[in-house]
Design a protein. Structure first.
Length: 396
């Protein structure tokens, strides 16, 4: 059986074309951090836009790590376009593509059914795992996600899932997925995931200005017919190769457990996760790999980091003042992160790495930001490297 979502956007367009109830003069167009069109009765909602992330990288590795870097350079880290919406209130869809690799790779391409308790979703989308992974790249505090998230979080795959929330204090999600390529295609059904996550906020006050989040997530991978697994991570710089890497080894599957903690207290915020992955691989001693990160930030302006309770991830930053408007200067933020990853256990020697990252972020307005990171990577028994990363971003 071949699972493919290549025709999902065409299906979504067909649904829209079959919507005679919403006449042309009933639509209202507006800008709300993106282009939105809605019918007056709210039954039809359409949104289209994208994001551009332009990155500069400057690196200085020890001689032992020079082969691990492509050198200084520029790249478009992400260049995406999307179209999403709701038709007849109960059916939602999204089609998002990334053009940075020279092809229109799938990102979020799915169709959903909306219920009072939440949504059933079919297609290609992120599995319900990790606070940082479920925070959009548009809203991360640093240019790249931390070491353990890249190594262990399953990210996007093709499958079916359900998610919902209860008020602002509880959210959940669970799904069954197949490993999929960059076009949402899964031709081998011998690699499946069962993934779930719950998030609870014992403190949620003043629309998230004071908030404490705790979360628990799991993902189990089942591999049949003599498959393999591999765990690796870049040193939080996309121009770098993966400096810790287990290589591929025979495995029947794995189970990962993730613990999350995050909080916002006016200008100050923090977040951290610990992930442990038990691998079913008798030939290499059934190894256990793990990693964690801890990060925190502080706004120099009268702003606070925002949280999206429906997904249980951090949300768009909306400065209290906009640069160039009534003397505004936008929002300014400083941040620090420490992350650690251990990929050595049993007969597997994938390596150990610690990273320290310092960040400075400027948000001129809700749709634009400038980011500056200094990353120090320390690979056990190999050496250290320093990287300066800069990004201009606009999303629309």
């Amino acid at each position: 059986m071949k699972l493919s979502l290549e025709n999902a956007p065409l299906l979504a367009v067909a649904v829209l074309l079959c919507a005679p109830a919403a006449q042309a003069d009933d639509w209202v167009a507006k800008w709300s951090n993106g282009h939105k069109i809605e019918s007056e009765d709210g039954a039809f909602k359409l949104k289209f836009g994208g994001r551009i992330q332009a990155d500069y990288t400057f690196v200085s590795p020890d001689s032992e790590l020079e082969d691990g870097y492509q050198g200084d350079g520029f790249e478009f880290r992400r260049a995406r376009l999307f179209f999403e919406g709701t038709v007849y209130e109960r059916v939602s869809f999204k089609a998002q593509y990334d053009f940075t690799g020279g092809e229109a790779d799938f990102k979020d391409v799915w169709i959903g059914l909306n219920y009072n308790w939440g949504q059933m979703r079919f297609g290609h989308f992120k599995e319900y795992f990790s606070l940082e992974e479920l925070t959009s790249s548009k809203y991360l505090a640093f240019l790249e996600r931390s070491l353990p998230i890249e190594a262990f979080a399953p990210s996007r795959n093709s499958g079916i899932g359900a998610h919902g929330k209860r008020g602002d204090k509880f959210n959940w999600g669970i799904g069954y997925f197949y490993d999929a390529d960059d076009f949402g295609v899964s031709e081998n059904e011998n690699r499946t995931h069962l993934t779930g996550r719950v998030g609870f906020r014992p403190i949620y006050e003043d629309k998230g200005r004071r908030m404490l989040h705790v979360g628990l997530a799991f993902t189990t991978k089942d591999i049949e017919d003599g498959g393999t697994q591999r765990f690796r991570a870049r040193p939080e710089a996309h121009f770098a190769n993966r400096l810790v890497d287990t290589g591929s080894f025979a495995s029947d599957g794995s189970t990962a457990l993730g613990l999350e903690l995050g909080g916002v207290f006016n200008r100050f915020w923090f977040a951290g996760e610990y992930i442990s992955t038990d691998v079913d691989a008798p030939s290499v001693g059934d190894p256990t790999f793990d990693g964690y990160y801890a990060q925190a930030g502080f706004f120099l302006t009268e702003d606070h980091r925002r949280f999206k309770t429906s997904s249980g991830g951090f949300d768009r930053q909306k400065p209290s003042s906009q640069w160039g408007k009534d003397g505004g200067r936008g929002a300014w933020e400083i941040a620090v992160r420490f992350s650690s990853l251990d990929l050595t256990d049993g007969a597997v020697t994938g390596g150990e790495q610690d990273n320290l990252t310092l960040g400075l972020n400027w948000y001129p307005n809700p749709a634009t930001r400038f980011m500056l990171n200094w990353v120090r990577a320390d690979v056990t028994d190999l050496g250290t490297s320093d990287a300066i990363l800069a990004r201009w971003q606009v999303d629309f």
